[in-house]
Design a protein around this ligand. Structure first.
Ligand SMILES: N[C@@H](CCC(=O)N[C@@H](CS)C(=O)NCC(=O)O)C(=O)O
Length: 329
């Protein structure tokens, strides 16, 4: 039996990169296994058809990065990814969820819509699956991948109507993040928080892709450095206080209050009402997509986390000022 944790994932999977960054940060002994090169074992062990798959030294199977990180925090508490101040601990968890669910939507849309992105993404994945295949076999595999991704695009809400909106949301996010990362290494100071593990790897994936990567690489140097730093994060200083974070962190929370949380709430309501699609007004514009089951569950988890912190007036003030509070009950 291995004495190390084993992580099955790929460089193209933001959640795989997220869990690997976490293990690196915590200095937890692990092996990084390219999923497609270990397909038979992956299929034998996995409980969900998803990566990353983490196998603990005792053989326990761990999947779904948010609860997996929480479980690992119990076993390897130091350095904690949760700020000790409960206000920041919740805000960080909120941004982690924003990264996982909203950041992923922005990344996925831009990776699989334009011809240049589709060509690059499908061939990188195809080559990972068939490292010794000839060009014809790789092209064929890339075509199959594109068919699958086109189906997934619809599921994450990318369509002709939402495409310009999603591009606008990405530009807005990058404009918010760039000044925030000018004078600090991570989102809450000079050490990574839970928030960084949710959002950083999504932005890292964008930085790998032609369209989003060109924007990030050419005009967003602070974001690029942070995204790369998040692949091997370090504890280089303390978390900051609200006074120093507020001017540039508040817009990120307000983005969650204006776009992500109303979207996620409308999605959860549609799932509860068993509606296949939903429409929601985000910052004055109609946004329509298929309902997504997983998000309703993770929003429920975030609301449970809020319920445990709800008697905190400093937190409630920030959440009210940024338009988040109404969506957390
Ligand atoms: N909530 C899950 C999401 C994992 C996920 O969606 N993984 C994607 C890759 S990034 C996946 O495995 N998709 C199915 C596939 O690639 O076959 C987590 O945090 O682990």
């Amino acid at each position: 039996m291995s004495k190390e944790y084993r992580i099955f994932g790929t460089e193209m999977s933001p959640y795989s990169v997220k869990i690997r960054s976490y293990f690196r940060y915590k200095n937890i002994a692990h092996q990084w296994l390219q999923r497609f090169q270990n397909e038979e074992e992956y299929q034998k062990l996995t409980r969900l058809p998803l990566i990353p798959l983490v196998v603990a030294p005792d053989g326990k199977i761990l999947q779904d990065t948010t609860p997996v990180i929480e479980e690992m925090e119990q076993i390897f508490p130091e350095p904690s990814v949760h700020p000790t101040d409960p206000t920041f601990a919740f805000l960080s968890a909120l941004i982690e969820e924003y990264g996982d669910e909203w950041g992923m939507k922005l990344m996925f849309h831009h990776r699989w819509v334009s011809e240049a992105d589709k060509l690059a993404g499908s061939h990188i994945l195809a080559r990972e699956i068939l490292p010794y295949g000839d060009n014809g076999e790789v092209d064929e595999m890339a075509e199959k991948i594109l068919v699958r991704m086109a189906e997934r695009l619809i599921l994450v809400g990318s369509n002709a109507e939402t495409a310009p909106l999603l591009s606008g949301y990405l530009i807005r996010l990058l404009e918010i993040l760039e000044p925030h990362l000018e004078n600090r290494l991570y989102l809450f100071g000079d050490r990574p928080a839970f928030a960084d593990f949710g959002l950083g790897p999504q932005v890292y994936e964008m930085a790998l892709d032609p369209t989003a990567g060109a924007i990030i690489r050419s005009i967003k140097p602070n974001i690029l450095q942070w995204a790369l730093r998040m692949t091997a994060p370090r504890n280089d200083g303390p978390f900051e206080d609200w006074q120093s974070l507020e001017p540039t962190l508040e817009p990120l929370l307000a983005d969650a209050g204006t776009h992500f949380l109303p979207w996620s709430t409308a999605n959860a309501e549609a799932i509860a009402a068993e509606e296949e699609t939903f429409s929601v007004e985000l910052d004055g514009e109609a946004y329509t997509q298929l309902s997504q089951r997983y998000h309703a569950r993770s929003l429920g988890d975030l609301r449970d986390r809020y319920a445990a912190a709800a008697d905190n007036s400093a937190l409630n003030q920030i959440l009210a000022d940024t338009g988040c509070l109404a969506y957390l009950h």
